[in-house]
Design a binder for this molecule. Structure first.
Ligand SMILES: Nc1ncnc2c1ncn2[C@@H]1O[C@H](COP(=O)(O)OP(=O)(O)OP(=O)(O)O)[C@@H](O)[C@H]1O
Ligand SMILES: [Mg+2]
Length: 365
């Protein structure tokens, strides 16, 4: 599977651009702020139906324009044309071979993709939301029902929280309504919980393997799934926490509180890891995500590596390149501010590469 050609119209700082890619390695260089990350985000958008950055579509449209359009010619078993047409504040459309999807969620998973970026360290350093997003991003690409369950759960959760706030504001209480929400939340929550458990059991050995090869260290690393649902079913948890929830005016139990616990040599990663160990840790997480998708989708996902070399020391960078050349990887996009460094890499790829230069939203080959 690979992206043969992309056309961008009014996408971030791109006015119009048509680019043909190598099916193996694509090196995108350019100075800061020229549009390298934006180009990777366009590729991501076509695969996932949304930006990798948590920006609303309004910010994705080129400033001063009313819409954006992306067109990607992919090769899977056959040619597949994917088009995203987005007018903010209107329903966006994603088309596969000129037929619009009734729901965007039906597109997610067709074109598996992994985005590796320097700020991935947020996975270890920031709050639990980042880590849930990591699990969700992987699972949504593996299982459509997961995405649908997650959406259903979040909508119900929002409603339950709104009603808790309403009770507090107006002094009323409606037991039956709360119990209805408790009941309705349980099915999607249980589905998400079971899938996250499944994901974690497969993820852990892959993660260990990549950590060992990137860091060349044999220290044990762990990434453990934590959830209140291990203790009891959601409906029971919600019933028990009702008094607390009424005081807090929000739902204190559920899969929206799940987390991943990271350990290195049995110590919590956040407090004890060195900068280098932290980087190896998050890179290994992304590589394990790639491998998991590869095995379960039976195709080679697209790999986006943003600004990799700025943040990696030489040893880790060459370890990673060796993995990319010799491992099971398909189409790879790498951005870098130094064209010379990019040039060094190409020798390992035996001519199977293309180099691009980005200047203010214009891409030159
Ligand atoms: N909606 C938009 N409309 C117009 N320009 C935008 C929009 N969104 C982002 N930009 C511009 O895109 C540029 C940033 O592009 P991008 O992040 O791709 O740069 P980069 O080449 O990756 O830089 P760096 O090397 O610093 O990572 C900024 O100048 C920003 O103002
Ligand atoms: Mg960038």
């Amino acid at each position: 599977m690979y992206l043969k050609q992309i056309k961008l119209t009014n996408f971030r700082n791109y006015a119009f651009q048509s680019i043909g890619f190598s099916e193996r390695l694509n090196l995108i260089s350019g100075l800061n702020g020229m549009g390298k990350t934006n180009l990777l985000d366009a590729v991501y958008y076509l695969c996932m139906g949304k930006s990798h950055f948590q920006s609303t579509d309004k910010n994705v449209v080129k400033k001063g324009e009313a819409f954006f359009r992306l067109e990607g010619d992919f090769l899977l078993e056959k040619d597949e044309k994917i088009v995203a047409k987005v007018v903010p504040s209107e329903q966006k459309t994603i088309e596969r071979n000129n037929t619009p999807y009734p729901r965007i969620s039906e597109h997610v998973g067709l074109l598996p993709i992994v985005f590796m970026a320097p700020d991935d360290t947020a996975l270890a350093l920031e709050g639990s939301e980042e880590r849930r997003r990591f699990m969700d991003n992987s699972l949504c690409q593996l299982d459509q029902q997961y995405l649908e369950s997650l959406v259903a759960y979040n909508k119900l959760l929002e409603k339950r929280n709104a009603i808790l706030r309403q009770f507090a504001a107006h002094g009323g209480f409606n037991q039956v309504l709360i119990e209805t929400y408790n009941h309705q939340l349980t099915e999607p929550a249980t589905y998400v919980f079971e899938k996250r458990k499944w994901f974690n059991s497969l993820f852990q050995p892959l993660f260990n393997h990549f950590y060992a090869s990137i860091s060349q260290e044999a220290e044990p690393v762990e990434c453990n799934y934590r959830s209140q649902l291990y203790d009891s079913g959601l409906e029971h948890l919600l019933t028990n926490s009702l008094e607390k929830d009424r005081q807090l005016q929000r739902t204190s139990c559920g899969i929206h509180r799940d987390d991943l616990a990271f350990h290195l040599k049995n110590l919590p990663l956040k407090r004890f890891a060195s900068q280098g160990q932290l980087k190896s840790f998050v890179i290994s997480m992304k590589l394990a995500q790639y491998e998991l998708l590869r095995q379960h989708k039976q195709k080679l996902p697209i790999l986006l590596l943003d600004d990799l070399f700025d943040k990696l020391d030489d040893r880790r960078a060459s370890q990673l390149i060796e993995l990319l050349v010799n491992g099971d990887f398909g189409q790879v996009f790498i951005t870098d501010t130094h064209p010379e460094r990019a040039a060094e890499m190409t020798s390992s790829f035996n001519g199977d590469y293309k180099k691009f230069m980005v200047e203010n939203g214009v891409v030159l080959e």
